[in-house]
Design a protein. Structure first.
Lengths: 169, 507
């Protein structure tokens, strides 16, 4: 059943924007990427509206745009770095988490955001990123391990995770 | 500490206020994008967007003389041209000792990307005697899923000494098995030397269901991080019994040798665990070659690319084409190469005017100080895009050029002939018709055609799609997806026809 674009846009815009902000930490980059991703979705809405993974497509597009923007801006300013302070009201734990997320290799970042934040199944993430399910799982595992290590420094206790989900297939 | 990262991600971002979507703006931009997609030819969208934006003039025969434009590097403030040496940092004795530790373990069969492996951690000591510390990791056999090479926490140490220009392993202790110890003790190898490079440590092929999977292991022998702009491109290739490459995996680009905390000698196992090397094929459970796995072997093939400092050459224009942002760099094969052997000029290539220059025979020429040709590389250009695109030419040279030239022929070489295309089959896809067609270009040189596909539905409706065909060669078969217009179900398409005409600027 085709979805109504306006409804789709209002429903998913905040999530896609937050995902883009999570990756870029720059409001203007996140805003531009989100706007452009939805524009591209509108250009293809005839086909996309029938897809259950339309929101995932938009989020993937937005993340790709963010990454491209960050890559280009790094070329211009090699000293430039993300400014976590631009995200309102960081707390130490959150700073650690997003810092850990941003330090992941780009594909792991994308997989984590799409799966855990975008709520997409492993299979859908694999389809969107043109990977196999096994590779997505592998990226998730590595990302979890890295992030777990980054987050376990608070109290020195060994970390365990409850990130395993039931809908990975 | 129990960490639910999913919950944290959501909780922590919940308070981020999202701007209201500008739906009107999104739709205006989307409509413009859609028009571009439809105005152009669907598959080569970018090229034709460029063409439609620029508004091509009717092409007039171009009989102007060949234009040679030259860039003389000696006239520019270019540094790093004194020698072809990549001039990376000197490799320390500790790095060389670490390299030996990994290579000796590989020599003794203790590095197995598909099984129990000694994973190098560090080297201690000096002054003629070193102790290498490894950790046992258990790499998962290709075909299973899970973590790549989980750590066991068990460490082994190997003590080795320098004897003249060789290192020799004297003693092994820790969690090594008796067999492992006996294999490693006495291993003797020349002291690693030469410029930093990747060493091919191990490649394994493992049988999986109805085929074989591969995993590979490389070793960076230089300091970390490398002090120059260095890129490495690697392929893992599956070879058949005759040594023919039957499958080449996507190249892996390592922008710098594993940004690792390990100060020296990380292996690709480590890089893979860090996620820096997306070599997931070893654990995907998918055979990369089918049939009897014993018939296949695998090899790494890597090249390393060093950019020099200040290597920008500027722009070159000739025959309707323009090369911009030309940069020069060196490529070196990474296994055992003492010197770089190839020079590359990376540039962006596009039209010099707003007219499609057509197919041209061009030539890149490297000249020495006395104007003699050091090397030349003919290139047939037939770019349909007015927007410059990344391009690269490569030369085998033994010294640097004093000047670089680009020279393109004065006339279009593409004849006004059309590709011979026919539809082999078609079937409905997701919002598109999937077409298998055959196309041939029985002429020389290369040519460009616009092919129009006409689809008819069971209710008599029809719609057209266009596609640019480039290149030459005998009859080839390829698959393409063509979006259907809104309101048409791909399953309703009952007929498809194709006809091609020579490309003209108006297309």
């Amino acid at each position: 059943m085709p979805q109504d674009f306006d409804l789709f846009c209002r429903q998913h815009y905040p999530v896609v924007y937050r995902a883009a902000l999570m990756l870029s930490s720059k409001k203007e980059i996140a805003e531009d990427a989100t706007q452009e991703a939805f524009s591209r979705a509108f250009a293809r809405w005839g086909r996309l509206s029938r897809q259950q993974w339309a929101a995932g497509w938009v989020m993937t597009t937005a993340l790709n745009l963010c990454r491209r923007h960050l890559k280009n801006s790094r070329r211009v300013d090699p000293e430039g770095s993300h400014d976590p302070g631009e995200v309102s009201g960081p707390t130490p734990q959150r700073a650690d988490l997003f810092s850990a997320l941003r330090e992941l290799p780009s594909r792991q970042q994308q997989v984590v955001i799409l799966h855990y934040f975008g709520d997409l199944s492993v299979h859908t993430v694999a389809e969107l990123m043109n990977l196999t399910d096994g590779t997505v799982k592998s990226y998730l595992f590595r990302a979890r391990t890295t992030m777990k290590q980054s987050l376990s420094i608070d109290d020195g206790e060994p970390a365990s995770t409850t990130m395993e989900r039931n809908n990975e297939h | 500490m129990n960490i639910d990262i999913q919950q944290i991600l959501r909780d922590r971002s919940r308070n981020w206020s999202s701007p209201e979507p500008d739906i009107g703006g999104i739709k205006r931009r989307g409509t413009m994008l859609r028009r571009r997609r439809r105005a152009g030819i669907s598959v080569v969208t970018l090229a034709l967007v460029g063409a439609s934006v620029w508004g091509l003039a009717v092409l007039q025969p171009d009989d102007s003389p060949v234009v040679n434009q030259r860039i003389d590097p000696s006239q520019r403030a270019v540094t790093g041209w004194e020698t072809l040496s990549p001039k990376l940092s000197e490799i320390s004795q500790a790095d060389r000792a670490g390299t030996f530790a990994v290579l000796a373990a590989a020599e003794a069969g203790l590095i197995d990307p598909g099984g129990r492996t000694w994973d190098y951690l560090r080297v201690e000591g000096g002054e003629g005697e070193w102790t290498a510390v490894h950790e046992i990791i258990n790499c998962i056999t290709p075909g299973s899923t899970g973590e790549i090479c989980p750590r066991s926490g068990e460490q082994v140490t190997a003590t080795f000494v320098r004897e003249d220009d060789r290192f020799v392993v004297r003693e092994v202790s820790g969690a090594a098995t008796a067999e492992e110890s006996s294999r490693l003790v006495g291993t003797s190898l020349p002291m690693p030397g030469g410029p930093p490079r990747y060493e091919d440590v191990a490649v394994v092929s493992a049988p999986v269901a109805d085929g074989a999977a591969f995993a590979g292991w490389l070793l960076w022998t230089g300091p970390i991080p490398a002090d120059r702009d260095l890129h490495v491109l690697c392929n893992l290739e599956a070879l058949d019994a005759d040594g023919k490459v039957v499958r080449r995996f996507r190249p892996v680009e390592m922008p710098r040798p594993h940004g690792s905390d390990n100060p020296n000698n990380p292996t690709t196992g480590e890089a893979s665990r860090d996620g820096n090397v997306p070599w997931g094929w070893g654990i995907d459970g998918e055979p990369v070659v089918h049939g009897d796995p014993n018939e296949y072997t695998a090899e790494h093939r890597c090249s390393t690319f060093w950019w020099t400092d200040g290597s920008r050459l500027g722009d070159l224009t000739s025959g309707g084409y323009r090369a911009t942002d030309a940069q020069i760099g060196y490529t070196a094969p990474v296994f055992g190469a003492e010197n770089p052997v190839a020079l590359q000029i990376h540039h962006r290539f596009g039209w010099a005017t707003e007219e499609f220059p057509g197919a041209r025979e061009c030539k890149w020429i490297l000249l020495d100080e006395s104007n003699k040709v050091l090397a030349s590389e003919p290139v047939a250009y037939y770019s349909l895009s007015s927007k410059p695109r990344d391009n690269m030419v490569s030369f085998d040279v033994d010294r640097l050029p004093a000047a670089v030239e680009l020279s393109c022929g004065p006339r279009r070489d593409d004849p006004t002939l059309a590709h011979d295309a026919s539809i082999h089959s078609f079937r409905p896809g997701e919002g598109a018709v999937l077409v298998t067609w055959e196309v041939a270009w029985p002429h020389d040189p290369l040519g460009t055609s616009v092919c129009t596909l006409r689809f008819t539905t069971n209710s008599g409706e029809s719609f057209e799609k266009r596609r640019v065909e480039q290149g030459g060669g005998s009859r080839t078969t390829s698959d393409h997806a063509f979006d259907v217009p809104d309101g048409i179900d791909p399953t309703d398409v009952t007929d498809a026809q194709v006809s091609c005409v020579p490309w003209t600027p108006g297309d």
